[in-house]
Ligand binder design. Structure first.
Ligand SMILES: [Zn+2]
Length: 177
């Protein structure tokens, strides 16, 4: 079974060569790193670190290909990649939607808004990871994502309660308001 077809579809939706990466080069090489991470070629931690350096230069600035990389990451998580890869892909998505980012306007687009909107459309992927995932670190990353993105806080707390035994202890109780 080739589980990366969905990823290819998503990759082909974007003109990577036309987008400028955080390193100043065209974003073609971002696709190579994403593919390597999805296909399990190379160390997931190293690839994740490299993707972060290019797509979030200085740790907090979103760049033009970041929303595209986020869509590819979501397609990959939905495609059933290995646990180490899905954990790092979810970590990447989390870095792209975090609210500690500095987001200069880009051609009148807000890249953070684009990233958050795309990730919100994928919310059920994160909930599925919380309830059916097999990796504690992927479950952790997925819960952090719904905590950032979920606008229905009642649903979030219901999920926290229902999935309590699957969550790491730090996430088992709602933070005091
Ligand atoms: Zn780059």
């Amino acid at each position: 079974m080739k589980s990366v077809d969905l990823v290819d579809v998503e990759i082909e939706r974007y003109d990577w060569a036309a987008m400028r990466c955080g390193c100043g080069a065209s974003a073609d090489h971002v696709v190579m790193d994403l593919r390597a991470l999805v296909e399990g070629n190379g160390d997931p931690d190293t690839l994740w670190e490299s993707l972060g350096d290019h797509l979030l230069p200085k740790g907090h600035i979103l760049v033009e290909p970041t929303p595209a990389a986020l869509s590819v990451s979501l397609a990959a998580v939905a495609s059933g990649v290995t646990d180490p890869a899905r954990t790092r892909l979810l970590d990447l998505v989390g870095a792209f939607v975090g609210d500690n980012l500095q987001v200069p306007g880009f051609d009148h687009r807000s890249l953070l808004d684009e990233c958050q909107a795309a990730a919100r459309r994928a919310m059920w992927i994160f909930y599925a990871e919380i309830f059916f995932g097999t990796s504690a670190s992927a479950i952790y990353a997925a819960f952090e994502l719904v905590d950032i993105l979920e606008e229905d806080r009642v649903r979030l707390e219901s999920v926290r309660k229902a999935a309590r035994d699957r969550l790491p202890w730090q996430l088992r109780d709602a933070p005091d308001e």
